[in-house]
Write a protein that binds this ligand. Structure first.
Ligand SMILES: Nc1ncnc2c1ncn2[C@@H]1O[C@H](COP(=O)(O)OP(=O)(O)OP(=O)(O)O)[C@@H](O)[C@H]1O
Length: 227
């Protein structure tokens, strides 16, 4: 059975205007990611990885080309509809956990739930934290948690609205090897479509596919899932 692409990029280009001239951060990228599969995006610093992730997440608008998420072409949506799609269908995880410092772990997850306006109750936040091995940490503030624990709270926050797609930018960048492996397994276990930007070959090796960017262009692909 052919599964529909959860993410479909068609000839996507992103230019930034700078005082020194136009920067072509992403240059003609065509890429389909099937639902339920995982992909790593690698490449040197400045190769366009974060920009590509921002385009997939609808945080950036392409200069040309089309970005389609779950059958919805983002450029056809209003800014408001794009924000709604982001809240309901996407889970975002970044290198820095961006947790609210004066809210407990459970409240941080609960805040996301409130923003998403889904039917899940606040108890679900605690259940999810327990599933992620943070049952004893639910009432603690972020600065009472280790880096690995904070990143797991950030993953709980990304998963609470049961997103179809998880988009993660260097999610293990500030973690040691053990915590990094644990975080990757949690992301994979969520069994949604997963896009991870990473410099770490061990993280990339856990994904179904790896693509590399150079100067904004896709230059190489490895993996066992057909494009
Ligand atoms: N808002 C912006 N305005 C102007 N130029 C930008 C902007 N964002 C990114 N760029 C430029 O676009 C190019 C790609 O940047 P991007 O951050 O996507 O690369 P990256 O591969 O994620 O890098 P890193 O691994 O260092 O995070 C770089 O030349 C960068 O300077």
């Amino acid at each position: 059975m052919i599964r529909p692409a959860a993410i479909d990029l068609q000839a996507v280009t992103k230019h930034y205007a700078t005082p020194a001239g136009s920067v072509r951060a992403v240059d003609g990228v065509t890429l389909a990611v099937e639902a339920g599969t995982s992909i790593a995006i690698t490449g040197f610093s400045g190769s366009g990885k974060s920009t590509l992730l921002g385009l997939i997440a609808g945080l950036e608008t392409p200069t040309s080309g089309r970005v389609t998420i779950g059958g919805e072409e983002l450029s056809r949506l209003s800014e408001r509809a794009r924000a709604r799609l982001r809240r309901r269908r996407l889970g975002l995880v970044f290198q820095s956990d961006n947790l609210q410092p004066y809210l407990s772990a459970q409240e941080n997850v609960g805040l996301q739930l409130a923003l998403c306006g889904t039917g899940d109750g606040y108890e679900r936040c605690l259940e999810l934290l327990v599933e992620l091995g943070l049952g004893n940490e639910a009432g603690k503030l972020p600065d009472q948690l280790s880096g690995g624990q904070r990143q797991r709270v950030a993953i709980a926050r990304a998963l609470i609205n049961r997103p179809a797609v998880i988009v993660a930018d260097e999610p293990t960048g500030s973690l040691d090897a053990d915590n990094s492996a644990a975080v990757v397994e949690l992301l994979l276990a969520a069994s949604t479509t997963l896009v991870v930007v990473t410099h770490d070959p061990e993280v990339a090796a856990r994904m179904d596919r790896t693509v590399a960017l150079r100067d904004g262009r896709l230059v190489a692909e490895q993996g066992c899932v057909s494009a």
